[in-house]
Design a protein around this ligand. Structure first.
Ligand code: ADP
Ligand code: ZN
Length: 284
């Protein structure tokens, strides 16, 4: 059977159609505009690519409590036009097929678990460090949702004593996302991360923040593997810096056998979001 996947990101939407095995047959992407225009594009794509079911990995926060009256609705986003937008009902009524919804990062974690960097483990985390910071977690092929879903990008961490930046999270100021997202880097230094590639101090500080969060995730979830993706992680020098700082922080309290295979890059080359969305159909 043909299934569809939608990676619904705050910056862009990716739609794909493919086989249940995860192979993509056709794919498109377009910028995230206001909901009506964006779903018009979604409808157009799936009108010419018929599918029997669709999975959507959605930016959030989104209500994932199946018992809730607002299940499948976007909640408290700074994108005002999307606030209280009922993504699930809209897709079901436009496309007339079963729709499975989860967070964008849970979908990405699921794809890496099934087809990518988490294939050989029983559980893994996927963390995106991009416009925002978010993390998803998969255990034995099931994404972890909880009451609604975790928001691990907003954990509180210790600010570096030499960092005067007050943080850019509209809700918490200097939470992890407020200090270490792509926009945080840009606002702190007045330049985009890509233009700061050669400045070692930038990436030392970035790794300082990300390692603290990873230390906390290790203590709370005890994951077998941590996959770090997103635009900021295009700075490959971050991986060894983060690995070293995580080892320092954990300080042998919990065993990390091989940090090089514990903290890794994604393997699905920016397709984890949409392939994970497709995988939501068969994992439900
Ligand atoms: P999104 O999170 O919006 O889905 P991305 O994961 O591509 O998209 O993240 C975008 C963020 O990543 C931006 O803040 C951008 O400045 C930053 N970014 C993109 N490429 C790089 C790079 N090569 N080095 C550092 N930061 C980058
Ligand atoms: Zn926050």
């Amino acid at each position: 059977m043909l299934i569809g996947g939608i990676e619904a990101g705050g910056t862009k939407f990716v739609c794909a159609v493919g086989e249940e095995s995860g192979e993509i047959i056709a794919k498109t992407s377009f910028p995230t505009e206001e909901p009506a225009e964006t779903f018009q594009e979604v409808k157009r794509f799936f009108h010419s690519h018929k599918v029997e079911a669709i999975g959507i990995g959605c930016f959030g926060p989104v209500d994932l409590d199946k018992k809730s009256a607002t299940y499948g609705m976007i909640l408290n986003t700074p994108k005002t036009k999307w606030k209280q937008y009922d993504v699930l009902t809209k897709l079901k009524s436009d496309l007339k097929v079963p729709v499975y919804i989860d967070t964008d990062v849970n979908a990405a974690a699921l794809a890496e678990y099934k087809y990518g960097a988490g294939r050989d483990v029983n559980n893994c985390m996927y963390i995106t460090v991009g416009t925002g910071i978010g993390a998803g977690y998969v255990q034995d092929g099931e994404t972890y949702v909880g009451k609604s879903h975790p928001e691990m990008g907003h954990v509180l961490i210790q600010q570096h004593k030499d960092d005067p930046f007050t943080g850019c999270c509209p809700y918490h100021g200097n939470c992890l996302e407020g200090l270490a997202s792509g926009p945080a880097i840009e606002q702190r230094y007045g330049k985009k991360g890509a233009q700061l590639a050669a400045d070692r101090n930038v990436w030392e500080l970035e790794a300082y923040y990300l390692a603290q969060a990873i230390m906390n995730y290790v203590l709370v979830l005890s994951p077998e593997r941590i996959i770090l993706g997103g635009g900021v992680m295009k700075q490959k020098q971050l991986y060894p810096l983060i690995r070293r700082k995580v080892l320092d922080l954990v300080n042998d309290y919990v065993g990390i056998d091989n940090v090089d295979t514990f903290i890794v890059a994604p393997k699905l080359h920016d397709e984890q979001g949409v392939r994970g969305a497709m995988a939501l159909v068969s994992s439900d």
